[in-house]
Design a protein around this ligand. Structure first.
Ligand code: HSE
Length: 405
């Protein structure tokens, strides 16, 4: 029997307990042993809940118990999750987590501790919810040199953007629904400002490129400025607006960026709707691959955590190696990244186009029937810094969104 402890009985932690209860037979067969939850650590008590007898309030109990071989960290946040994870590893226990914030910030250190002790630190649930992506990157795509990862990595923002586009919902109403469904972070700023997607693309890029990508180095823009007018323009040109997290190799350099982007039906991410996530990968020999599925929520995320528990159970005294060195991957300055841009401006084409063409050269124009007193244009590909210079010379700019087609 393998005894485990679950740290944090919130959305994901209670999901882990539920998954282990629901599928205990098949999980035990796959783990080739019986997995039993011995402790649940939380500040609260849960009278009447099936775990009420297992609840402890002091991590020392778990740390000191030699029967505990695997710790599931579903607390979220950096502290005390970092301290508990480190103490668990140093006490000889493998750790499985859904905590992307912690993995992005301390992943290299925690992986090293696990490696030194023939233990495991696993984090499949940290990116893409229930979608298998960490394990495929680590073990299936090893013949390739990955040169692009582009993902819809945040379920909450994709849910909001889909609701705004399909149902005409307003932003706050859609966010409230995402929170009620258990998709959003405790502080939803992390979702809507793009910080969550930023941490996830940092983790995926570190694994794909083998060197540490600091999330602090990634240019990040959220969806709070997207309006229903922007969505109408996108629909007029057959596009949708998605929060894309991208990292790409350009020549010998890499860049990474999180921002809303207009994409059209030629992009495989175009039809990813609602809380679903998808991760597009390009490998130099594989070509294109895409991973798609439930990107957030209690059970999908718990499914990935429990799969890690099974993997840890199968490798109790052997480290499964992750190629993620602590050597820093220097990212290209964002000003040199080349993109196309959609720009909405106040005024009429007759009055403004001469100036716009003098700044940006040839552009495509767009207008939406019913939206008067404004129009939009789309630039050719240009460096971000050149675009910013150009836009600063223009009056009446209402919004700018990157375009990828
Ligand atoms: N808040 C996150 C999301 C949860 O919406 O994608 C899953 O990491």
């Amino acid at each position: 029997m393998i005894k485990i402890a679950v740290l944090g009985y919130g959305t994901v932690g209670s999901g882990v307990v539920e998954v282990i209860q629901t599928n205990h037979r098949s999980i035990n067969i796959k783990a080739a042993d019986e997995i039993e939850i011995k402790y649940v650590l939380d500040l609260r008590d849960f009278p009447g809940d099936p775990v009420q007898e297992k609840v402890v309030h002091d991590f020392d109990v778990i740390e000191a118990d030699p029967e505990i071989r695997i710790v599931v960290e579903t607390m979220g946040g950096l502290h005390p999750a970092y301290e508990f994870t480190k103490r668990a590893l140093l006490a000889g226990k493998s750790v499985c987590t859904s905590n992307k914030e912690l993995v992005a910030a301390y992943g290299t250190e925690l992986l090293q501790i696990a490696r030194d002790r023939e233990l495991n630190y696993m984090f499949e649930a940290s990116c893409g919810g229930g979608i298998p992506i960490i394990r495929p990157l680590n073990s299936s795509l090893t013949a390739d040199e990955i040169d692009e990862i582009t993902g819809i990595l945040n379920g909450t923002t994709n849910y909001i953007l889909t609701k705004m586009a399909v149902d005409g919902s307003d932003f706050d109403e859609a966010l409230r629904e995402a929170q009620q469904n258990g998709y959003a972070e405790r502080n939803p700023e992390a979702d809507i400002e793009g910080y969550d997607a930023c941490r996830k693309i940092a983790i995926l890029s570190s694994l794909a490129y083998g060197s540490h990508v600091s999330y602090q180095d990634i240019y990040t823009e959220g969806i709070t400025k997207i309006t229903s007018a922007d969505i109408k323009y996108a629909q007029t040109i057959g596009a949708s607006i998605k929060l894309l997290a991208t990292s790409r190799k350009v020549g010998d350099e890499f860049y990474a960026m999180v921002s809303p982007v207009m994409i059209n039906a030629s992009n495989p991410l175009y039809s990813v709707q609602g809380v679903f996530n998808a991760i597009f990968i390009h490998g130099n020999v594989l070509g294109d691959a895409m991973f798609y599925g439930s990107g957030a929520g209690k059970l999908p995320t718990a499914s990935a955590v429990v799969a890690d528990v099974v993997d840890c159970a199968k490798h109790l005294d052997r480290n499964v190696r992750f190629e993620w060195s602590d050597q820093q991957l220097e990212l290209m300055p964002v000003g040199r990244v080349r993109n196309r841009f959609f720009v909405r401006v106040a005024g009429t084409m007759a009055a403004e186009m001469q100036k716009i063409r003098s700044i940006f050269g040839e552009v495509e124009t767009v207008s939406v029937p019913g939206l008067s007193g404004e129009f939009a244009f789309i630039t050719e590909k240009m460096p971000e810094s050149e675009f910013q210079d150009g836009i600063s010379q223009l009056d009446g700019v209402r919004s700018t969104i990157r375009v990828r087609f």
